[in-house]
Design a protein. Structure first.
Ligand code: AP5
Ligand code: MG
Length: 214
């Protein structure tokens, strides 16, 4: 099963993608997480990506596409995957489509997690992330057991640099301009499904399971 998560920054793509990955036994692939891991490890790719990410801009397609295609060529992707944060532009979607076509394959579902802009800014300022294991929390909706500490691995939780309100506004602008057109792109392919992302995360997940099947 090959799934793409669509939605604004903070819509809950990562939250839902992790739950999908657990239930259906496919890897969760987040280009944002890959970039953040590279930044943390001080790689050349990380340094380059950081320039864009800190401003809320997209990392150039040339860099992003190569990383993603390498990742989905791994053995653990044989039975499918859930992509979170890729594609984010029409050219990225076309590259992915062509690569899959060559393998006689295709995307099965593009799930759009729909959340209006008004809800987004609050969510982002309340998000806390663990850079060690990738877990995310929300100080009001999904708090960790001990403040500032990851339940899963015990490391420190941080507010992502790009979650400051000014940067979030930029990210929303970039989303509407460059990423939202993908909703039409996948609608035309007949694989688009939308879910309401404003309800509690367990209910969002149930709506997704209803689409994907038990
Ligand atoms: P990326 O890491 O992908 O960030 P994003 O798309 O902006 O999305 P987020 O991770 O911020 O939000 P999310 O939808 O995953 O929400 P989450 O589940 O955490 O990308 C970061 C940057 O990397 C980009 O800006 C770009 O520069 C670069 N990049 C990455 N991929 C790229 C690409 N393909 N091309 C070019 N550049 C790329 O949830 C948010 C919060 O809400 C959390 O606190 C969560 O706990 C809470 N929450 C979730 N669901 C609910 C709910 N139902 N109710 C209440 N709270 C909820
Ligand atoms: Mg995410």
């Amino acid at each position: 099963m090959k799934i793409i998560m669509l939605g604004a920054p903070g819509a809950g793509k990562g939250t839902q993608a992790k739950m999908i990955a657990d239930k259906y036994g496919v890897p969760h692939i987040s280009t944002g997480d890959i970039f953040r891991a590279n930044i943390k490890n001080g790689t050349e790719l990380g340094m380059e990506a950081k320039k864009y990410m800190d401003q809320g801009l997209l990392v150039p397609d040339e860099l992003t596409v190569k990383i993603l295609l390498d990742r989905v060529a791994n053995d653990d992707c044989k039975n499918g995957y859930v992509l979170d944060g890729f594609p984010r532009t029409i050219p990225q979607a076309e590259v992915l489509d062509n690569a899959l076509n060559e393998l006689g394959d295709k995307i099965d579902f593009a799930i759009n997690v729909d959340v209006p802009d008004e809800n987004i800014i609050n969510r982002m300022s309340g998000r806390r992330a663990c850079l060690s294991c990738g877990a995310t929390y929300h100080i009001e909706h999904i708090p960790p057991k001990a403040e500032g500490i990851c339940d899963r691995c015990g490391k420190e939780l941080i507010l992502r640099d790009d979650d400051k309100p000014e940067t979030v506004k930029n990210r929303l602008g970039v989303y509407h301009e460059q990423t939202q057109p993908l909703i039409d792109f996948y609608e035309k392919k007949g694989v688009l499904k939308s879910v309401d992302g404003t309800i509690p995360m367990e209910d969002v997940f149930q709506a997704i399971v209803n689409i994907l099947g038990e």
